[in-house]
Structure formats: structure tokens, C-alpha cells
Design a protein around this ligand. Structure first.
Ligand SMILES: *Cc1c(COP(=O)(O)O)cnc(C)c1O
Length: 373
């Protein structure tokens, strides 16, 4: 058995905590409350994009954002009618057509993307819904903040796009150095001013991801884009009392006792130091184990292990563990694609016992079952 188990009560707790905190932000000049846009990219942060989005809808969320066209279409195919915003800009005509056909709000981050959208709008004799994306120092999608004139020139003449929003994305809001986020915010606001001066509609303004939402209430503007606040996996200690949602569970499938001096796993990086009772668990890299532990060092350490076996003992205390019947058990040797071997010496553990593995569900194979309970 392998499944990601999502505790509905905990998820609701997080959704309600986010809403409550959002409600502290004063409504805008038109009396609109701060809008919550739920980001459901990466298979809904691993919670299964369709059931997760549906769960959010059932709990009062009505605006979603995705990173890929596949994600957007998956939601529409599942019959989800709510607003869906694309977070990535595209100037590829077939993609834009597909998005428009499915009433997805485009992200427009370049002259080319704007022109393709406008062209399609002209052909269909309508205005294509979009949000403008400003690159305030991320180096990804968006009009470059210091090339405002180019942006104005590109946007101003287009009559078949309807700008319903303008946004930017922060690169380091989770970190305790706030200056860069504040600088990005200023660059964004300056661009918005210039758009307004040129009588270009900016629509709803948004820049906050989960970290910025919590840390910078003064940057909330009209909407916030919330991903990790809902799942509770935040990169910094937060004040909202969010719960970590999603437990990856499996079972012990085999138990045996290895003699002293026995190799465990690929690359022969681990040898038993004494007779060792081990349990085999059918989880590995393909099910997200060791893919993201909130600390990049793990990956770096893993790489080092590959190349410099002799260094391995230096990193002893960076070992990874799984939890079996509430007992911490150490993973021995390299993690396999679908299997790990753990040390259960001196522990009362049996075949079939439940194993809980700490993973980031984003890296969990989409074919694995998601259970909401
Ligand atoms: C992923 C993403 C978010 C949400 O980030 P969280 O930190 O998980 O809240 C917001 N905006 C954009 C553009 C994103 O790509």
C-alpha cells in the first residue's frame, strides 16, 4: 500500500486560517475584499489537482492559478468552471488558442504573447482576458520592469485584450532578508503607476505568494496567490498556526536479519556494522523520498556520497528516517527508485505495519492514490 493521506480537518483549518488573516486586510476603494487566488500547480502541490481544487471550491475558494496549460485543461475537463489564471506567459499560438477556447485567463509577459492574444481576439471579435506579468527581478516571465516604455508600446495599441490583472512574483520572500522583496515591490508599483499614467487598465494587482502574504501585509494589494499556506509546508516558521497537511503512508513489506558486514543498496555505500534487523519499504526516489526535505544540503550530500564514498561518515547525522508505529527508523544505504531498507534492530515491527514517510507531496508520482479522510 502507498497513499498520500490528506486530513480534511487540517486542510480546512489552513483554509480558514488564510481567509481569516486575509479578512484583516481592509477592502479596496471599491469595497472589494482581498481576493484569494489558490495556486494549484504541481498536481495541486501533490494533493491531486482535481480533488484538491474541488476541495478548495467546497470551502469557499473560487479563483485558481496554474503553471501549465496541461493543468488548466485538466481542471476544465473535470468540469471546474471557476476562474483559472495561467501563471506562465506563452506566445505559442496553438497554446494560446487552446487556453482561450477553455476560458483560461492568460498571463501576458511579452510583446509577442500580447500580440498573439490580440490577434486571436481580433479574429474572434472579442477581448481576450489576461493578466499582465511584470518581471521585477526574477528573470523568468514578464515585461522587464526597467523597460517600461517597451511595455507601454507593446500593450497600448492592442484593442482585443482585456487586462483584468497585473502581477509580479517574488524570488526570495521566504528568506529573512526583506530588502530584495521590498525592492521588487517598489519596482512593481512604479510599473503600475506608469501603466496608469498611460491610461492602460491594470485590473486587480497582486504580488504576494504565501510567504509574502504572511510577512508583508502592506503588499497585499487586491489579491494574493496562495499555495503553500494551504498545504502548511512553509519555508519559514509562520505565525498563522498552519498545520502540515498530507501524510505519505506505506507498509513494511519484508523483514529480515542481515549478517554483519553485509552491503545494503546500490553503490555499496553502506555495510552493516553488526547483525542488523531490517525492514523493506516499497518507497523511493520515485515516490518523493529524499527529493526535497526543505534543505538543499540533503541533495548535495547525496551527490557527494556518490563520488566520494570516503566522506560518507562525515554526514552520519544527516541520515534520513521513516516512522514505523511511531518509532523512528533509519534508512540504510542509498535510496532506490522504489525501495528503501531501514534499520529496525531491537524494535517490535511486523510485516504490514504502517510506515509514515516525510516527503514533499509535490514530488510524489501522480499515479499514487490520494485519500481525503
Ligand atoms: C507557485 C507560485 C505561487 C505560490 O507560491 P507559494 O509560496 O506556494 O504560496 C504564487 N505565484 C506564482 C507565480 C507561483 O509560481
Amino acid at each position: 500500500m502507498k497513499a498520500l493521506v490528506i486530513d480534511k480537518a487540517d486542510l480546512i483549518h489552513n483554509i480558514e486560517s488564510v481567509k481569516k488573516y486575509a479578512d484583516k486586510t481592509l477592502p479596496d476603494d471599491n469595497g472589494n475584499k482581498l481576493k484569494i487566488i489558490a495556486v494549484v500547480k504541481a498536481n495541486g502541490y501533490g494533493f491531486g489537482i482535481v480533488p484538491y481544487t474541488q476541495f478548495l471550491i467546497d470551502n469557499g475558494i473560487d479563483f485558481f492559478a496554474v503553471a501549465t496549460i496541461e493543468e488548466a485543461l485538466k481542471l476544465r475537463e473535470a468540469g471546474i468552471k471557476e476562474n483559472i489564471l495561467m501563471l506562465s506567459s506563452t506566445a505559442i499560438r496553438e497554446e494560446v488558442e487552446k487556453l482561450v477556447e477553455n476560458n483560461i485567463i492568460l498571463c501576458v509577459g511579452s510583446k509577442e504573447a500580447a500580440e498573439v492574444a490580440n490577434e486571436i481576439g481580433k479574429e474572434q471579435n472579442k477581448k481576450i482576458r489576461c493578466h499582465l506579468k511584470i518581471d521585477t527581478g526574477f528573470g523568468r516571465y514578464g515585461f522587464i520592469y526597467c523597460e517600461r516604455e517597451k511595455m507601454i508600446e507593446a500593450i497600448k495599441p492592442l484593442e482585443n485584450i482585456k487586462i483584468e490583472g497585473t502581477f509580479t512574483h517574488f524570488s526570495i520572500a521566504f528568506y529573512n532578508k526583506d530588502e530584495y522583496t521590498k525592492l521588487q515591490f517598489k519596482r512593481f508599483i512604479d510599473c503600475v503607476e506608469v501603466l496608469k499614467m498611460n491610461e492602460i487598465e491594470t485590473g486587480m494587482l497582486h504580488c504576494c505568494n504565501s510567504s509574502a502574504f504572511i510577512k508583508f501585509p502592506e503588499m497585499h494589494l487586491n489579491a494574493v496567490r496562495i499555495g503553500s499556506c494551504f498545504t502548511g509546508k512553509m519555508a519559514f516558521t509562520n505565525t498563522l498556526g498552519l498545520k502540515t497537511v498530507g501524510k505519505f503512508k506505506s507498509n513494511v513489506v519484508e523483514i529480515k536479519t542481515l549478517p554483519k558486514g553485509f552491503n545494503v543498496g546500490y553503490s555499496n555505500s553502506y555495510t552493516t556494522k553488526q547483525e542488523t534487523k531490517v525492514a523493506i519499504i516499497p518507497v523511493g526516489n520515485m515516490t518523493g523520498v529524499n527529493m526535497d526535505c526543505g534543505d538543499d544540503m540533503f541533495r548535495a550530500v547525496d551527490k557527494l556520497r556518490n563520488f566520494v564514498g570516503a566522506f560518507k561518515n562525515l554526514f552520519k547525522n544527516r541520515a534520513l528516517y521513516v516512522n514505523i508505529n511511531g518509532q523512528k527508523c533509519k534508512i540504510l544505504g542509498r535510496i532506490g527508485t522504489y525501495h528503501v531498507t531501514v534499520d529496525i534492530s531491537g524494535k517490535n515491527i511486523n510485516i504490514g505495519d504502517e510506515v509514515i514517510i516525510d516527503i514533499n507531496p509535490k514530488y510524489l508520482d501522480s499515479s499514487i492514490q490520494r485519500i481525503y479522510e
